[in-house]
Design a protein around this ligand. Sequence first.
Ligand SMILES: [Zn+2]
Length: 324
Amino acid sequence: MGYRIGGIVRFYNHIHQSIAHPMTEEQKGILISTIKQNVQKIEELCEQCNVRPQNLPARSRVAYYYLKNFDEAQIKVGTPSEYPTAEPLLKPGFGEDKETSQLFQNLYAEMFNKTQPQIVVDYYPYSSVKSTIRSYGNVVYVRLSDVLKDAPNNVKKALAVILLCKLERVKCPLEQKRIYRNYLNTSQMLEAHNKIRKYRGEKIILSSKGHIYNLENIFERLNKHYFNGELKKPHLTWSEQKTHYRLGHEDSAMNTIVISKSLDHRNVPFYVVDYIMYHEMLHIKHGTTYKDSRRHVHTKEFKADERKFNRWRTAEEWLKHNRM
Ligand SMILES: [Zn+2]
């Protein structure tokens, strides 16, 4: 049985984003005390529930240990940028939305001629606009993305119909789907969606061993060939999801290179995976420079180095034609 404490991974990601940019001494102080408070809060919650932090689900556990052993040296002190810094995010949960629970309850009674379960609706800060419905015994738990909290009633009603149809495995009326979809396509919602993706996206180390390619071997080989074996090896991991736009990224705060799982495929030539890895390795070599207090990573020198890759042209060509 797993116990989860909502918000740990989100807080951890928020810390990463905050430390990617320089901050003032004062902001640094606030950030460090916020981390300490939240670590304490996590430990208190664990104790209340009689679990130890090492028994938390994998993502929360990784996040907890990172926060617990947070290295203050990672924080760059300097001119702050316009990016937001960390604020206490582990606030008490949102709790049940009684009104929306009642809406679901009423709709259930209207739609299905059978014993009514108890329905509990709450909100969760998912990293995308999604909602889930699950039944445990006689209780149905519905979690709506927190960005839907202020959605108009007809939209909530449409979503309720969609979720209840899913729960009961019946076909959902198209009209309700249309109402919900149109709402998601409003500019206000598209913007909210981008924002939560940006600030809540998760970064967790899974495995460097793929089905086809092993990132450890690739790193070692490239390190020897291009860097005299001098680059310090970071954590290497395939991404959790197949991403088609961003094929790799280097996170210096986390000391991690993430390569898109979409490249771990037999149709992808080895030199393409090599090339993406090489690019991320160059980020380690070149580091981040700040230009007008903005992050600047693909400098002229960076790009010149990139062209030293043996099959640079072939790899670029392949990516151009096969961008998945
Ligand atoms: Zn890059």
